[in-house]
Structures are given as structure tokens and as C-alpha cells.
Design a protein. Structure first.
Length: 292
């Protein structure tokens, strides 16, 4: 009897996990992007579980009250698909939209293939290094094609490379596997001009006293990409050391970091930098109110 029960449980588990295929996840991200273009939040709500959690910049909202209600002209989108964790991450760049955005969205699905969690980092003018036009330009020069099957890294290697980057934030002895070349794109500002053919990721520098916690991973071995959602302490100077909503997406090739894309939200326009890093030109921003 015990063997029969165990066998039934294993068969159920295999059937449940088999449903979270790459095809299913790709279809889901296609629907998400189409819904954002149309401004049809109800199309995403239809894919969600009744108890879905939806956040924008770590503030809980109803799906029908957030950015998904806006019809946005999207110039670029890129999605990665994690069949092990039944999760996705999508990068959206809206440079030619009347209101520019760069958005990073992480979606988690439950065992019934319904959305249980959507976390969006919605950035616009005044957020960290925001420049949607620059983001679109530098992204257009990069190659994020699928990794040939015989050259793919394991998900463990991919995740470890991204993790090492943040471990280095608190320990200078940590060796980050930066490739040559390597470039980092933050909000629209690229490190590539520091060394177009070399490792500009190292040249741009890294913190050495920051502890980055609450890391949430989406790993795609086919694309050689890991995206990490996290709280970035000290990013918004007006908020002290309060962690700010942040996404870092890493492209890994042969175990080395080739590209890094970041999306980081601040509470105060300019991130409390008093105009030393950002333009002080007048801007219209989405209202954000980080949870306590």
C-alpha cells in the first residue's frame, strides 16, 4: 500500500512538473508582452490564480491598478524562461513611447500553471541612471542569441556567476568571473565606452561594504542568463540604507559574465543625488511609495 501511494505521488509530481514546459512559459511571456502593449491588465489577470500577489517597485497593488493598464509602445522585449522554478523574467524597453519606461518583470507560476506572483520594477525618468534611449541603443549592439547546446553552462554555473557578483559587494577577495569583453548597462548608461573590447565591468568598479539580501533567481540555461531580483541598499540616498527594488540580469558565456543589465527604482527623483549624477530637468514620473 505504501509503495502504491509513493508511486502515485511520484507520477503526480512528474505530471505537474512536466506541464511547466518552455513552450508554456514562452506562451505566457508572449501574452504578458501583448497585454502591456494593449494596456489590457485583464488579459494578465485571466492567467492568474485568485490569490495572486502583484507588486510594482515592491508595493502591492491590484493588477488592474498598475502599469499594465497603460498601452505602451515597446521597442524591445526579451524574456527568459526557468522550467525548474516555473518562472519567467521579461525586460521591456519603451524609448519611443510618449512616457519612456524600462521595466523588468518576474512571474512565478503555481502547480496549476496559474500566475501566483508578479513582481515588476517599473522605471522612468529620475530612476537610477535612467535613459531608455540609451538602454535601447546599447542593447542593440549586444548578442543575446540562444547558446548552442554543446556550449551551454549548467544552471548551477550560471546562477553562481551572478551570485559571485553580489558576494563581491561585501568581500573584495571574491573573484567575479567577468569575461573579456564584459559590459554593464545600468538604466541606460553603459560601461562599454571604458573599454569596448575588454572588461569594462571591472573598470567600472564595485562596492565593497554592501550586503545584498533577498535574492530571487530566474535561470535560463538555453539563453545562458540569470536574472536576480533583490533589494539594493543605499541606492537612493534620500532613503538611507533602505534597500531599493533592483533587478540584475547576467548573460553568461562559458562560465564568464558577458553582459549585465540593471533596472533600479528610486523613491525620490534623482535617487537623492542632488543633481550630481542625473539631469535636473523637469520630469513627470509615476508616483512610487516604497513599502516600509
Amino acid at each position: 500500500m505504501a509503495v502504491s501511494i509513493l508511486l502515485s505521488w511520484l507520477l503526480f509530481s512528474l505530471a505537474a512538473s512536466a506541464d511547466c514546459t518552455r513552450e508554456f512559459l514562452t506562451g505566457a511571456t508572449d501574452k504578458y508582452v501583448a497585454a502591456q502593449v494593449a494596456g489590457s491588465a485583464s488579459d494578465v489577470a485571466a492567467l492568474a490564480a485568485p490569490n495572486v500577489t502583484y507588486t510594482e517597485n515592491e508595493v502591492a497593488k491590484s493588477i488592474t491598478e498598475g502599469v499594465l493598464t497603460e498601452s505602451i509602445k515597446i521597442d524591445h522585449n526579451r524574456s527568459i524562461h526557468d522550467t525548474v522554478n516555473c518562472a519567467t523574467f521579461t525586460e521591456l524597453i519603451a524609448a519611443s513611447n510618449p512616457h519612456q519606461y524600462v521595466i523588468g518583470t518576474r512571474i512565478i507560476f503555481n502547480s496549476g500553471n496559474k500566475i501566483s506572483l508578479i513582481e515588476s520594477i517599473v522605471t522612468d525618468a529620475g530612476d537610477w541612471a535612467f535613459n531608455a534611449t540609451g538602454y535601447l541603443y546599447w542593447n542593440s549592439l549586444e548578442n543575446w542569441d540562444p547558446i548552442p547546446e554543446d556550449k551551454r553552462d549548467s544552471r548551477e554555473v550560471i546562477q553562481a556567476a551572478g551570485n559571485a557578483y553580489f558576494e563581491r559587494f561585501k568581500n573584495e577577495s571574491i573573484v567575479v568571473p567577468f569575461g573579456v569583453p564584459c559590459s554593464r548597462l545600468e538604466g541606460g548608461a553603459s560601461t562599454a565606452p571604458l573599454n569596448m573590447t575588454g572588461d569594462s565591468c571591472t573598470l567600472a568598479g564595485l562596492p565593497s561594504t554592501l550586503v545584498v539580501t533577498n535574492r530571487r533567481f530566474v535561470v535560463d540555461e538555453v539563453m545562458g542568463v540569470v536574472d536576480i531580483f533583490l533589494g539594493f541598499p543605499g541606492l537612493d540616498r534620500s532613503q538611507g540604507q533602505k534597500p531599493m527594488p533592483d533587478s540584475h540580469m547576467f548573460r553568461i558565456e562559458s562560465g564568464k559574465i558577458r553582459y549585465i543589465h540593471t533596472v533600479s527604482s528610486c523613491v525620490q527623483a534623482g535617487c537623492g543625488m542632488n543633481g550630481t549624477f542625473f539631469s535636473r530637468a523637469a520630469r513627470v514620473r509615476r508616483v512610487r511609495n516604497l513599502k516600509n
